[in-house]
Design a protein around this ligand. Structure first.
Ligand code: SAM
Length: 294
């Protein structure tokens, strides 16, 4: 317990200052997932993102349908070679490879999560088509123009220089390739500033972008046919917040929780309140690499 208290305190000291979240983001992300990885695994399984729900869907059904829907919108097929940026423990890459027959390579900053992703792919018999490696989204270890499509689920919020990540994706995509995904995002304005700050501190996020900033980042990286939107334009996200609220309500009182769970509960409550008020939302983008050089 004292180790957990020390590790949580160390993490919270780091994230308290937005400059550290920007300048020490690798340490921040590594510390965050060392703290929350077990809870994430037990609560969410191998796909650790929210989902757009269809009527009557369970979380598992909605998550799988949401991942397949992204693959279909991106035009991913058995001939595709796909990059999963910030692939976590591999759930989305496995679902998309199984659904489309594509080859998928995931990159993630955290070595333990890459190992877990490899195990998950092996368990699903997908190790021939799905692979993972440790890499930073802003410095990809690939030659230019190798992938036919790229996607990311809810991870760019961890990355301080999102424009650089978009440029890296543009570099490794072939002309015509689609870059698409979802991210934790914020509305503009002072109320949203406060909401975003609490969400970033409790989730180890560098910063939440607005839809305008996302559009600018994609355009600056040379993408065309850019579409960005609030995910709520695509369907129903409320069940994510309903579920989080239910899970946090079932826990013991806050002062009886171990420090990690207390931080996660604070984070979940901030995310739910921000989502209900509209200051925080899951954003969506879809863009195409059409130029020879980004
Ligand atoms: C919320 S998890 C989502 C994982 C996965 N996309 C999914 O939906 O299951 C965010 C992931 O981004 C990874 N990450 C954060 N910053 C990164 C960076 N700069 N480069 C690569 N991965 C990063 C984290 O390690 C974590 O696995």
């Amino acid at each position: 317990m004292s180790t957990e208290i020390d590790a949580t305190a160390q993490f919270q000291a780091l994230v308290a200052d937005p400059r550290h979240r920007r300048d020490d983001s690798t340490a921040m992300v590594e510390q965050y997932y060392a703290l929350v990885g077990d809870v994430y695994r037990e609560s969410w399984g191998p796909s650790q993102h929210m989902a757009c729900y269809g009527p009557g869907q369970s979380r598992e059904e909605a998550t799988e349908a949401h991942e397949k829907d992204l693959a279909d919108r991106a035009g991913i097929t058995a001939d595709s070679y796909v990059l999963d940026l910030c692939s976590g423990v591999g759930g989305p890459a496995c679902t998309i490879a199984a659904h489309t027959g594509a080859r998928v390579t995931g990159v993630d900053l955290v070595a333990d999560r890459v190992r877990e992703a490899q195990d998950n792919a092996r368990k699903r018999g997908l190790e021939g088509r799905v692979s993972f490696r440790v890499a930073d989204a802003t410095a990809l270890p690939f030659d230019d123009s190798v992938f036919t499509a790229a996607y990311s689920f809810e991870a760019l919020c961890h990355v301080p220089d999102k424009h650089r990540a978009h440029r890296e994706v543009a570099r490794v995509l072939r002309s015509g390739g689609v870059w698409t995904g979802y991210d934790w995002m914020r509305a503009a304005g002072p109320q949203a500033d406060e909401v975003a700050e609490t969400i970033c501190r409790t989730h180890g996020l560098a910063a939440l972008a607005t839809l305008d900033e996302l559009r600018q980042g994609l355009a600056a990286a040379g993408f065309t046919d850019i579409h960005v939107s609030d995910g709520r334009d695509l369907g129903d996200w409320a069940p994510n917040w309903d579920l989080l609220e239910k899970l946090t309500a079932e826990l013991p009182p806050r002062d009886q929780l171990p420090p990690v769970l207390r931080m996660m509960t604070d984070g979940a409550r901030a995310a739910c309140a921000g989502a209900r008020s509209g200051d925080f939302f899951i954003g969506y983008w879809h863009a195409r690499r059409t130029q020879e050089e980004p």
